[in-house]
Ligand binder design. Structure first.
Ligand SMILES: NC(=O)c1ccc[n+]([C@@H]2O[C@H](COP(=O)([O-])OP(=O)(O)OC[C@H]3O[C@@H](n4cnc5c(N)ncnc54)[C@H](O)[C@@H]3O)[C@@H](O)[C@H]2O)c1
Ligand SMILES: *[C@@H]1O[C@H](CO)[C@@H](O)[C@H](O)[C@H]1NC(C)=O
Ligand SMILES: *[C@@H]1O[C@H](CO)[C@@H](O)[C@H](O)[C@H]1NC(C)=O
Length: 437
């Protein structure tokens, strides 16, 4: 494992976080005495449960990696004031506007897509569990940014069916932009359960709620270029095989595509999967190479650059965030309505998959050279062999299908995009903010 990734080793499994309920109602003084009695009662119940657990538990290990522990986490949602915020955020403010539930809205792509939708007058409601896979303060900063433009992010989990049903009860969303996921390729060896929780169980839960909603929304969701796995034929085209994933992350995205097919087939949900190719830009993800290279180069720390066997080049089809946002909006705008109602299919519905890449792979060593020029610091390069634990040697998108159907045409080269990223990075992490990681 590279040095750059080793900081991830110390991140606890995201499902393990426990948050206290901050309900204001428990402070009602009139209820104090009955509360005390209840407290005693529940304390005994709790003790009893703990004892039962210990007697039934097959091992004495307190399950530090168990993804189901996420269910311990409680979120505050519900109530008239909360519903009012939800409604107001999702209100359409332009003619022919749509109302979109954006999952993963505090994430990198989710923030940019939410802001873009809001700017053109669509109704937008965010949903995010603010897990600590990477520094949650960055997610909070993105949330503050969205709040200023009128987007409310509901704090909750996509695997919480009661919450999702409630959201559809309050708002008749026309579209869902599903971006919430456990991302990252190598973290899967650390915490495989988080991928199953968010990318499989969470996605199925979302589709279950969508198929029962009246009207059913159209769904656009993020798959990944990683589904091309170990393929060697380039550029990657939507018709190529996707049955040799190189990571659990890739396997869960591939599973998502098959699950999407099922819900389209059985329930008439309109579903569009977007295979993103290495997205980068301002407000990006600290676990991605361009981001932690920037941080480490500025710190004077050496960076690990992977090369394949026989000094083979490792390259990525880096895609700038603004191009991805345009692709997402075009996918929403061209999505046909779902055809089901009352949880039943009424006719065939749209099912699509698109590559969203840049079509010009860049060797990772060139990425570093660009960063050196922009940061005016020489990197300490540590060339290492590409480990066989998730990363593939190269990615390269054939985007002709997205070009034809979505009018997708990426327009930002890596040099230009990184310049914008570096400008953001320097301003975000100056002015008293602590360095990432
Ligand atoms: N950035 C890329 O290069 C890239 C490439 C291919 C695919 N993707 C996919 O695009 C989507 C967005 O990626 P991103 O780069 O913005 O990642 P991100 O991690 O910044 O955003 C994902 C957000 O989803 C939230 N989330 C995760 N699990 C959740 C759950 N169970 N319930 C509620 N919220 C949850 C996280 O807190 C996070 O804010 C993801 O589906 C990712 O797999 C991204
Ligand atoms: C998702 O939610 C379901 C239903 O509440 C629950 O049974 C399941 O354990 C959860 N799955 C994961 C992986 O967290
Ligand atoms: C790209 O994909 C299209 C089909 O979407 C195909 O017709 C074309 O030949 C592909 N181009 C290359 C260079 O492989």
């Amino acid at each position: 494992m590279s040095k750059q990734m080793s900081h991830l080793d110390n991140i606890p499994s995201t499902p393990g976080k426990f948050k206290m309920d901050k309900s204001p109602y428990i402070h009602n003084r009139l209820r104090w005495h009955s509360s005390l009695a209840k407290l005693t009662f529940w304390s005994f119940m709790f003790l009893g449960l703990v004892l039962i657990f210990f007697f039934r538990s097959p091992s004495s290990n307190p399950l530090p990696q168990d993804p189901s522990r996420r269910s311990l986490r409680t979120y505050n949602w519900g109530g008239p004031a909360w519903e009012k915020r939800v409604r107001s955020s999702a209100r359409i403010r332009s003619r022919n506007g749509i109302s979109v539930l954006v999952t993963g809205a505090a994430g990198f792509v989710g923030t940019h897509v939410s802001a873009a939708l809001k700017r053109r007058g669509d109704g937008v409601l965010g949903l995010d569990n603010f897990n600590d896979y990477y520094d949650p303060s960055l997610k909070r900063a993105r949330q503050a940014l969205l709040e200023r433009s009128g987007v409310f992010i509901v704090e909750g989990d996509i695997n919480d069916s009661a919450l999702l049903r409630k959201l559809f009860e309050v708002v008749a969303f026309t579209h869902v932009m599903h971006l919430a996921a456990q991302a990252g390729v190598r973290y899967a060896m650390e915490n495989p359960g988080s991928y199953v929780h968010s990318n499989i169980a969470g996605f199925v839960n979302l589709l279950e709620v969508c198929k029962s909603a009246n009207p059913q929304p159209a769904i656009v969701w993020a798959s990944s270029s990683s589904v091309y796995g170990l393929n060697t034929k380039v550029p990657f085209s939507e018709r190529d095989r996707t049955d040799q994933p190189a990571s659990l992350y890739a396997a869960t995205k591939k599973a998502g595509e098959e699950i999407a097919h099922t819900y389209n087939h059985i329930y008439g949900l309109s579903l569009t999967g977007l295979r993103f190719f290495t997205v980068y830009g301002p407000w990006g993800r600290p676990d991605m190479a361009y981001f932690f290279f920037t941080r480490d180069i500025l710190k004077g720390k050496s960076i690990s650059i992977f090369e394949a066997a026989n000094h083979g080049t490792v390259a990525r089809d880096f895609t700038y965030i603004d191009d991805i946002v345009k692709g997402c909006l075009a996918a929403l705008d061209t999505a046909e309505k779902s055809t089901g109602s009352g949880g039943k299919k009424k006719g065939p519905a749209q099912l699509r998959v698109f590559n969203l890449g840049n079509t010009s792979p860049v060797p990772v060593s060139d990425l570093v050279s660009i960063l050196e020029r922009l940061l005016k610091v020489n990197a300490k390069r540590n060339i290492m062999k590409l480990p066989r634990n998730g990363d593939v040697q190269f990615t390269h998108a054939n985007i002709s299908l997205a070009q034809r159907e979505l009018g997708y045409k990426p327009s930002t080269d890596l040099q230009t995009g990184l310049k914008k990223f570096v400008r953001w990075y320097l301003s975000y992490y100056s002015g008293g903010k602590k360095a990432a990681g």
